[in-house]
Design a binder for this molecule. Structure first.
Ligand code: FAD
Ligand code: FMN
Length: 795
């Protein structure tokens, strides 16, 4: 078997070593355009987990690089000269040049042939390697092979907004450090770490990746500076942080990070993409080197397992790595987005700022940090309680209930904690009347410990309903049904109850959620006429074409909402929300994709807002002044030319000025061709943007399943309330259980459950201790410390 590897970077070399070890009979040749001692970049970073994997795969190369490591446990966040540390992180840095020379000598040792100064022309690749069984294309981020075979690989490259440059320095750094510096033009971040022990020889020992917005970069005139002058200017910006050391350049040019993805990783029956050539992950969550080497392991496994069966190799490789790569890319995207908007967190107190830096990429939550560094979490909580006291007069300094179990005040309403049962349609009403099912369902969730319980979308007239099973609030019987539920919840605990009023618009007259949702009711004569902002059906050719809502229709609908608001107030609801999300009537006005009107209600966002705002203002006028109101919005349509971030800010601001106390930030469901990017907490960034940019109170929702996530969101100022939907469908006492998990006694169960709740507290404390112990044991050992440091650590 003959394998040609194009590109002698860490990905290609590691693949060649592992494969040659497992298949000594294979002839493996690495072609590298540079000379052996040419190298760009400074250090590379590996986590303990990755090092464990290297140790198990090739102990020889692992041992060769281990003694060249700089190893650190703490992450340091230094903003404007003030330091915060978070421990328990376990990373090692190593010089890229050292890593490459170790991999070269190991490759030679196992019998891989290395050919330097040999540039492969992608156009002649198939002819040149006609006799090869496999060609591994790991020719880096600007891969010309990827572009040559673009029709098969289907690559997409997106340039990110911020400018960055890699530099080195002679300054030693005991920790992985984020330096933040504010200048007249904006904020600079330096992601800095030491990658080899100090004093071995002269030259740089730490990597400094500099990052800033294009505006700040241009404001300082970097666009007119060459590499050397740019480094000198950075030295003045980070003068205090560099402590007299200089910055060293090595192709340290400013660039925009390209996010590369490929539809498939194989082409021409013999070429496989590897490393940066195939997919890039922003360096702010770890190095591309790590990703390239992890993929090299999987590709080698696939080759060893399948011999010359190219289709099987390609399939195994993709199935082993595609999800992992996409998850890494997604997390990297979330992390880089935080750095692009660092200014939004700039006013935060020190611990909160450090906490946001630590948990920016979603994989580190409150509970992970508790495990890594409990003192860091305790200090963050203390600062949170102090801020809460200063801003609201609510004092949680002694009870320390964790951020998610602190109260929130909205007008005269005080919620006992930050967990909300999200509105969830039940499709169980008859003629819009809530019955026994609703009393049971909402009664259970209203006594399960959440601060606020939402009732599902309820409609102010029969033709405003989504389905025949949706509840309404247009007659006395419905009002009485809701009064029964609200009274029950109020009588049995602290949970408050919210009514969500909405109009289905073009998504009305459809089947129940568990039937063919969003499709017209099967019995043709049961359907009713629809209205929307514009006459665009939901499913082209199948759904009814709605009438464009005229002024008389707007007046009728507004009057219906006002009447329902009065009923909701009489029924005793504590908070009222207008549903302007998910493609229903008001959302159809807000989104440019569904509002194509040419009158004063279409066009610019100010116009698209007019009707929803008018209804909201009319409701606010009759809703009791002491009770808060909310609006649910779709922050993005997840479709081209949909609602933009500027639209979102305009919407949130306008409702707030009309008396809205809470922006409930959801997303999507406005058009059937949406392409949402799902993942845990996937909508939280929208809430965070509204909250930090406009200073408004927000609620977030979407794929939030763990208490640790809720605590992270609240303590990092990403939202004021967290709505939990699907988990509450099967677990009415989700909040009671979460409180018991943290040993928090602030959540009181209904009196008949007291003995069960105290048992839950005791058992949860034991279960939690056991789980943390297991997690501590599962943590990678510190065996990656170089021998000298290990001895020191043991003393
Ligand atoms: C300027 C720069 C500085 C960086 N600095 C760092 C750093 O300090 N720390 C860090 O962790 N990461 C750094 N990175 C990122 C890191 O280098 C990559 O993520 C990682 O090396 C990916 O490994 P790879 O094997 O896929 O590709 P690479 O390491 O990029 O290797 C690709 C190799 O292919 C060779 N090649 C390309 N085309 C041909 C051809 N036609 N014929 C033959 N050979 C070819 C190139 O010369 C190169 O050696 C840096 C990236 C850049 C662009
Ligand atoms: C069965 C079901 C019914 C829903 N009904 C409503 C509703 O009536 N009003 C609303 O605004 N959102 C509704 N949603 C959306 C949820 O409130 C929530 O935003 C969504 O499920 C994401 O949160 P989760 O991941 O915690 O479930 C519904 C979702 C589901 C799954």
């Amino acid at each position: 078997m003959r394998i040609d590897v194009i590109g002698g970077g860490p990905g290609g070399l590691y693949f060649a070593i592992l494969t040659k070890k497992a298949r000594p009979d294979a002839q493996i040749v690495v072609h590298e355009q540079n000379r052996a001692d040419d190298s760009f970049g400074f250090g590379v970073v590996f986590s303990d987990d990755t090092l464990d994997e290297f140790l198990s795969r090739d102990p020889e190369s692992y041992t060769m690089i281990r003694d060249r490591f700089a190893y650190w446990d703490d992450i340091r966040i230094r903003r404007q000269g003030r330091d915060i540390r978070c421990g328990g992180n376990g990373f090692a840095g190593c010089a890229r040049l050292d890593l490459l020379s170790v991999l070269y000598s190991r490759a030679r040792q196992v019998g891989v042939e290395l050919r330097f100064s040999e540039t492969i022309d992608p156009a002649t690749l198939l002819d040149r390697f006609a006799d090869s069984d496999l060609v591994i294309a790991c020719d880096g981020i600007n891969s010309r092979i990827r572009e040559q075979f673009a029709a098969e690989f289907g690559p997409e490259t997106t340039l990110m907004r911020n400018k960055f440059a890699w530099l080195g320095s002679t300054r030693p750094l005991p920790d992985f450090t984020y330096f933040f510096r504010e200048t007249a033009h904006g904020i600079f971040t330096a992601h800095a770490y030491q990658y080899r022990p100090a004093g071995r020889d002269s030259g740089p020992i730490s990597t400094w990746v500099m990052e800033t917005t294009p505006e700040c970069w241009a404001g300082h005139g970097f666009d007119a500076l060459d590499e050397a002058a740019s480094a000198r200017l950075l030295e003045t910006i980070f003068a205090e942080e560099l402590e007299g050391h200089s910055l060293v350049t090595n192709r340290s040019l400013w660039r925009n990070f390209p996010k590369v993805t490929c539809r498939q990783w194989h082409a021409a029956g013999k070429i496989l993409l590897l490393g940066d050539a195939k997919a890039t992950a922003h360096w702010s969550i770890g190095s591309g080197t790590k990703l390239a080497m992890e993929c090299a392991i999987a590709l080698s496994d696939a080759v060893v397992a399948n011999g010359q069966d190219f289709a099987a190799i390609a399939a195994d490789y993709e199935s082993a790595r595609r999800t992992a790569v996409e998850v890494t890319q997604h997390n990297a995207g979330v992390s880089l987005a935080w750095f692009e908007h660092v200014a939004r967190s700039w006013d935060m107190p020190p611990m909160q700022f450090a906490n946001v830096v630590m948990s920016r990429a979603k994989s580190i939550t409150y509970d992970n940090l508790l495990l890594r560094d409990p003192d860091f979490v305790a200090a963050t909580d203390t600062e949170f309680y102090q801020t809460l006291l200063a801003e609201t007069g609510i004092d949680c300094r002694k009870s320390r209930p964790t951020p998610m179990f602190t109260p929130l005040k909205l007008r005269e309403l005080v919620l006992a904690n930050r967990v909300v049962v999200s509105p969830m349609a039940q499709y169980r009403a008859t003629d819009g009347v809530p019955g026994d099912w609703h009393l049971m369902h909402y009664g259970a969730r209203g006594t399960g410990g959440a601060g606020l319980l939402y009732i599902e979308m309820t409609c102010p007239s029969p033709d405003a309903r989504i389905t025949l099973g949706c509840p309404g609030l247009w007659n006395d019987e419905q009002e009485a049904g809701f009064r029964r539920i609200v009274d029950f919840v109020h009588e049995n605990g602290d949970t408050k109850v919210a009514m969500q009023l909405g109009h289905a618009g073009r998504k009305g007259s459809t089947q129940l959620g568990w039937e063919d949702a969003d499709h017209p009711i099967a019995r043709a004569d049961a359907n009713w006429p629809l209205v929307s902002a514009s006459p665009i059906p939901w499913f082209e050719g199948e759904s009814q074409i709605p009438d464009e809502l005229d002024r008389a229709g707007m007046d009728r609908i507004k009057a219906d909402f006002v009447a329902a608001t009065e009923r909701a107030a009489r029924a005793g609801f504590d908070l009222l929300e207008l549903h302007c999300a998910h493609g229903y009537l008001f959302a159809s006005f807000l989104s440019p994709l569904t509002n194509q009107r040419v009158d004063g209600y279409g066009g610019a966002i100010e116009n698209r807002l007019r009707f929803p705002l008018e209804v909201f203002a009319a409701m606010r006028a009759v809703w009791p002044a002491g009770r808060p109101m909310a609006v649910r919005v779709s922050a993005s349509d997840w479709a081209e030319s949909g609602v933009s971030e500027d639209d979102l800010f305009a919407i949130a601001k306008a409702f707030s000025e009309a008396g809205c106390d809470l922006v409930d930030v959801s997303s999507g469901q406005t058009v059937p061709h949406q392409q949402p990017v799902y993942g845990r907490m996937y909508q939280v960034a929208f809430s965070e943007a509204v909250k930090n940019e406009l200073g408004l109170k927000t609620m977030c929702v979407g794929a939030i399943t763990e208490a640790g996530q809720v605590n992270t969101i609240i303590s990092c100022r990403r939202a004021d309330l967290v709505a939990v939907g699907r988990p509450h469908l099967t677990d009415a006492q989700w909040s009671l259980r979460a409180a018991a998990w943290y040993g928090v006694k602030a959540v009181s169960p209904p009196l008949p459950w007291l003995s069960g709740a105290s048992q839950l507290l005791r058992e949860s404390a034991k279960a939690r201790e056991k789980q943390m112990e297991l997690q501590r044991k599962a943590k990678p050992k510190r065996h990656h410390l170089p021998d000298a440091a290990l001895k020191e650590a043991a003393q």
